[in-house]
Design a protein around this ligand. Sequence first.
Ligand code: DX5
Ligand code: ZN
Length: 220
Amino acid sequence: MAIKVAPSLLSADFSCLRNEVKRIEDNGADWVHLDVMDGHFVPDITFGPIVAGSLRQHTNLFMDAHLMVSEAEKQVESFVRAGVNLITVQAEATAHLDRVLRKIKGLGVKAGVALNPATPPGVLEYVWPLLDLVLVMSVNPGAGGQAFIPEVLPKIKAIADKIRSGKCFTELQVDGGVNRETAPAIIKAGATVLVAGSAIFQSSDGMALINELKTIGVSG
Ligand code: DX5
Ligand code: ZN
């Protein structure tokens, strides 16, 4: 299956986000990944629905909001109004996973669940029918530019097998430390959407990486 690439704006130049989105769009990005941080679930604060809505005016890219926030249920309506296409919540950040997923779906956008490196996939057991995407975090959330944690590879494989055996259309996204070196094993394990931040925005040949990652998917 073709790999989709979702550059993370976390490593982009925040003083000109509109241009950065245009750059990834021109270089073949499939989605744009928005890392939303609240200073509570993770220490840093990035941006919220106002910025997402503003970027929406300038791109047709599929917008994927990764909410690294506590009590995500309180933010969901604003992100839907901002025009994002998919909202992913961290399994660890809500006591009411089923409820927040139903809320997202009820508002007419796609829903995803992110799992930290140490979170087992069993938390998905009873919410599979609600899931358009599972996000396996391959670093601990909170910052770009961290090293890929290889221990998550068996988890990616286990979730990929589960998706295939259930013949679901659920996307399997991997986020953290994705680059030329780590991507082949991630794709082999069964990822369908790759998030990459620093490898795309902070290296001189980063824009070329977008299409390269898709080629690995085809030939690997
Ligand atoms: C981490 C974020 C990631 C991160 C990826 O909290 O969810 O999206 O920005 O950045 P790189 O690709 O630099 O690891
Ligand atoms: Zn992310």
